[in-house]
Design a protein around this ligand. Structure first.
Ligand code: NAD
Length: 503
C-alpha cells in the first residue's frame, strides 16, 4: 500500500495548469534500473485534446502579436530556470530513462542550447525589403507564425527533442501542444511548469500525455497547422503521410543506422574511444549512436584487437552510480528485442566477440540490463546490419576499399549520421562530398549539429522538407508573406488588364 501511495501520477498540462483527465486509460512508468513500476501516466481522450486545442487557439492571437523580443525575454528566463533545476531534471530523466546522470545533464544542456539560440530569434525573423520593384512600388517579405503546432517525441531524449521543437515554435509566435513519450513523461511536465514560471502566457504551451489515440486526434485536427515528429521510421512515415493528407506542414524524423568508416591511416586510439562512447553511450539508445564500424583494407584485425577489451570492460549499472558508463535499456520488451537481435546475429553467421546477454547485477536483478555486444564479420544482408537495434550492439563490417565503404553506406535505407576517421584530407573531403547522409563527421564520433545549425537525416531517416532547429526550424515554424505596395501619390496609369511587360 505504501508503494501505491508513493507512486507518481502524471496528468495533462493544459492552459497553464495541470489538468486531470476523465480518461480511464493510463500507462505504467518504470524505473528501468530496478525494473519496477514507479508511476502512471494518464492517456488523454478526445475531450482533453479538444481542451488543449481550444486553449492554444485562444492564446494564439495575443502571443503572435507579442513583440519577438518580449517572447525572447521569457525564453531567456526559461533558460535561467533550466540551469537552476538542472540537477532535478537530470535525476528525473535518469530515473525514468536509465541513462547515466552525466549523460542526462548533457542532453538537457543540448536542449537548453536551443533556448539560447532562440533568444536571438528576432534577428532571424527579420524580413527582406526591395525598394522600387516598380515605379514608386516597394515589396517586402515577412515571416509570420503558423498558429497551432504539434510535436510528438520519442523516449530517448525526453527533454532535448521536445526542446528542438517547441522552443523554436513558440519563439516564432506559435502555440504548441507536445505529446511526449508515454515511457518517460515527467521531464516534459517539469519543463511545462518552468515555462509557466518564466512568464509564458497560459495556453501557449500544453502537454498532452497519451498514445496513438491522442496522436491521431492531434494530427488530423483542422486547427493544427504543423506537426513535428521524432521517433521510429514506421511511425515517422505514418505521421508524415497522415498529417500531409490533412494539409499540415510536417517534419518527421525516423530511425538510423550510423556507420563509422575506419581508414587504415586512422588514429586507432581515437577510433576506439569514439566507438566506445558513441556505440555504447546511453546503451546505444541514441538516433546518432554508431552501430556499424566499417573497417577498410587491413585495419580490421588491428581494430578488433584494441576494441574487444574495451567492450568487455564497460561498466554497466544504474545511471545514478557515478562510476557507471552504461545504464539499462528503457523496458523489458525492448531488452528482449535487443537480445533477440543478438541471437539472430549469431544464427545468421556473424562472429559474436563480446556477448553481453547474460549480465547479472547484484541488487538490480530485475533491471533491464544488457552488457556491450560486439560482432565481427557482419555482412550486408544480415538482419543486424539492415535493421536499427537501438541497443549496445556494435557490428564490424570489413570492406576492401574506400569506394566499397562509401557504397555500403549509400545503399543503406537510413541516412541519419555517419563519420570517417582518417588522416587524409582528400579522403575525408570525398567522403563528406559523396555520402548520402544528413549529418557527417570527420574524426568526430557523433556529429550532432549545434542549435544554430539544423538537425536532420536523409533517406528514410527524415520525411518532409525541413530539419529541426537552426534556420530550417525558423522556416518550418513561419509562413512567408510578400507584400507589394504603392501609395496613392505614386504614378497613376489607370486600370491595367495585362501582366506588366517590358515596354
Ligand atoms: P516510437 O516511434 O515508438 O515513438 C515515438 C512517439 O510516437 C511516442 O510519443 C509514441 O507515443 C508515438 N507513437 C508510437 N507509436 C505510434 C503510432 N502507431 N501512432 C502514433 N503515434 C505513435 O519511438 P521510440 O521508441 O519512442 O524512440 C526510438 C526511436 O526514435 C528510434 O527509432 C530512434 O532512432 C528514433 N529517434 C530518432 C531521432 C532523429 O532525430 N532522427 C532522434 C531520437 C530518436
Amino acid at each position: 500500500y505504501l508503494l501505491l501511495f508513493n507512486m507518481k501520477k502524471i496528468n495533462q498540462f493544459i492552459n497553464g495548469k495541470e489538468h486531470l483527465s476523465k480518461s480511464s486509460r493510463f500507462g505504467d512508468i518504470f524505473n528501468p534500473a530496478k525494473g519496477e513500476k514507479i508511476g502512471e501516466v494518464s492517456f488523454a481522450n478526445k475531450d482533453d485534446v479538444q481542451l488543449a486545442i481550444d486553449s492554444a487557439r485562444a492564446a494564439f492571437p495575443s502571443w503572435a502579436g507579442t513583440p519577438p523580443l518580449t517572447r525572447s525575454r521569457i525564453l531567456f528566463k526559461f533558460k535561467e530556470l533550466i540551469l537552476r533545476d538542472m540537477d532535478k531534471l537530470a535525476l528525473e530523466l535518469t530515473n525514468e530513462h536509465g541513462k547515466i546522470l552525466s549523460d542526462s545533464t548533457g542532453s538537457v544542456t543540448r536542449g537548453m542550447e536551443v533556448v539560447e539560440f532562440a533568444c536571438g530569434i528576432p534577428h532571424l525573423l527579420k524580413g527582406e525589403f526591395s525598394e522600387n520593384v516598380g515605379s514608386a512600388i516597394d515589396s517586402w517579405s515577412i515571416r509570420q507564425p503558423l498558429g497551432i503546432s504539434v510535436g510528438i517525441s520519442p523516449f530517448n531524449f525526453p527533454a532535448m527533442v521536445p526542446m528542438w521543437m517547441f522552443v523554436i515554435s513558440i519563439a516564432c509566435g506559435n502555440c504548441f501542444i507536445l505529446k511526449p513519450s508515454e515511457k518517460d513523461p515527467s521531464v516534459p511536465m517539469m519543463l511545462a511548469e518552468l515555462l509557466k514560471e518564466a512568464g509564458l502566457p497560459d495556453g501557449v504551451f500544453n502537454v498532452i500525455n497519451g498514445d496513438k489515440e491522442a496522436v491521431d486526434l492531434l494530427i488530423t485536427d483542422p486547427l493544427v497547422e504543423s506537426v513535428s515528429f521524432v521517433g521510429s521510421t514506421p511511425v515517422a512515415e505514418y505521421i508524415y503521410h497522415t498529417s500531409s493528407k490533412h494539409n499540415k506542414r510536417v517534419q518527421s524524423l525516423g530511425g538510423a543506422k550510423n556507420h563509422m568508416v575506419v581508414m587504415p591511416d586512422a588514429d586507432l586510439d581515437q577510433v576506439v574511444d569514439g566507438l566506445i562512447g558513441a556505440g555504447y553511450g546511453s546503451a546505444g539508445e541514441r538516433c546518432m549512436a554508431l552501430s556499424v564500424a566499417v573497417a577498410v583494407g587491413d585495419v580490421g584485425d588491428r581494430l578488433i584487437e584494441k576494441l574487444t577489451p574495451r567492450v568487455q570492460s564497460l561498466k554497466v549499472g544504474p545511471g545514478t552510480d557515478p562510476e557507471v558508463e552504461m545504464g539499462p535499456l528503457i523496458s523489458k520488451v525492448h531488452l528482449q528485442k535487443v537480445q533477440s537481435y543478438v541471437d539472430k546475429g549469431v544464427s545468421e553467421g556473424a562472429d559474436l566477440l563480446v556477448d553481453g546477454r547474460s549480465i547479472a547485477l547484484q541488487g538490480y536483478e530485475d533491471g533491464y540490463f544488457i552488457g556491450g555486444c560486439l560482432f565481427d564479420n557482419v555482412k550486408q544482408d544480415m538482419t543486424i546490419y539492415k535493421e536499427e537495434i537501438f541497443g549496445p550492439v556494435l557490428s564490424v563490417v570489413r570492406q576492401q576499399s574506400f569506394d566499397d565503404a562509401l557504397n555500403l553506406i549509400n545503399d543503406h535505407e537510413f541516412g541519419n549520421g555517419t563519420t570517417i576517421y582518417t588522416r587524409d584530407g582528400d579522403t575525408a573531403r570525398s567522403f563528406t562530398n559523396q555520402c548520402k547522409i544528413g549529418m557527417v563527421g570527420v574524426n568526430v564520433p557523433i556529429p550532432v549539429p549545434m542549435a544554430f545549425h539544423s538537425f536532420g537525416g536523409w533517406k528514410r531517416s527524415l520525411f518532409g522538407d525541413h530539419a529541426m532547429h537552426g534556420m530550417d526550424g525558423v522556416r518550418f515554424f513561419t509562413k512567408l508573406k510578400t507584400v507589394t505596395s504603392r501609395w496613392p501619390t505614386g504614378i497613376r496609369k489607370g486600370a491595367e488588364f495585362i501582366i506588366p511587360t517590358m515596354k
